[in-house]
Design a binder for this molecule. Structure first.
Ligand SMILES: Cc1cc2nc3c(=O)[nH]c(=O)nc-3n(C[C@H](O)[C@H](O)[C@H](O)COP(=O)(O)O)c2cc1C
Length: 223
């Protein structure tokens, strides 16, 4: 079984329509470590040693956050700046994260059509998240295409929210149980609601079913 860590960063949780619901369901999943960074560090006093130890103890690292100004909420950027130290995450003898999986889980206010070269946001979401992708690569991690929901504001009423939460739980369970067809997933640009059939096609059981015998994702990806 892979050890999955979710670092959740949402500074405006009382206005959240989706992320908090996703987080509440995810944190109940067995075998998942869930951390609410804004609850843990309301004054941005990040415990670097504790965060590094937490990273070392997991195989799959997930950042879950709403897109703010085409980027990360401030605490998550601060976390990156402080925790991913030279000699720990990168650089000479800095290989503590090598071989792990890294997955961004994001929501946007903007519509899918806006996130195109011809759209009002001019850039694709995957392109906007390229600093995260390159950070993962520099640290020797494998970057899993972002699991994204566009137009998150509408999702509570148009039915996509519930489907997205269900897909998130399936994705987390598959990462934990090493039942994800990783090679198929890595070929995608995004894992979004257009790709939910892909997530449905993940090998193995749904969260309510019996788990297969565990094996390590990190072992598979280093093959
Ligand atoms: C300060 C701030 C900046 C935001 N910047 C963006 C942005 O750059 N692009 C975008 O699509 N949505 C943007 N949004 C909208 C959020 O991404 C959206 O409200 C969130 O994903 C919805 O999830 P939630 O209901 O869990 O809060 C922004 C919202 C706030 C409050």
């Amino acid at each position: 079984m892979a050890r999955v860590l979710i670092l959740f960063a949402h500074p405006g949780q009382r206005h959240s329509r989706l992320n908090v619901r996703m987080a509440e369901r995810a944190r109940q999943l067995e075998g998942i470590t869930f951390v609410d960074l804004y609850a843990e560090y309301p004054r941005f006093n990040i415990d670097i040693d504790a965060e590094q130890a937490r990273l070392v103890a997991h195989d799959v690292i997930i950042f879950q956050f709403p897109i703010y100004w085409y980027s990360l909420p401030a605490l998550l950027k601060e976390w990156q700046d402080l925790v991913l130290e030279y000699g720990f995450a990168y650089g000479q003898s800095g290989s503590k994260l090598a071989g792990k999986l890294f997955l961004p889980v994001v929501t946007t206010g903007g519509a899918r059509d806006a996130y195109r070269e011809e759209g009002s946001n001019h850039f694709r979401l995957r392109t906007l998240l390229s600093p995260l992708e390159q950070t993962a690569l520099l640290c020797g991690m494998r970057f899993v295409p972002p699991f994204a929901l566009f137009s998150a504001h509408d999702s509570a009423t148009d039915g996509r929210g519930d489907a997205h939460i269900a897909a998130y739980l399936r994705l987390l369970s598959a990462l934990r149980d090493d039942t994800l067809d990783l090679e198929a997933v890595l070929r995608r640009e995004l894992l979004d609601d257009g790709e939910i059939p892909l997530i449905d096609a993940i090998r193995g059981p749904t969260p309510s079913e019996t788990r297969p015998s565990p094996s390590s994702i990190t072992a598979r990806i280093s093959e």
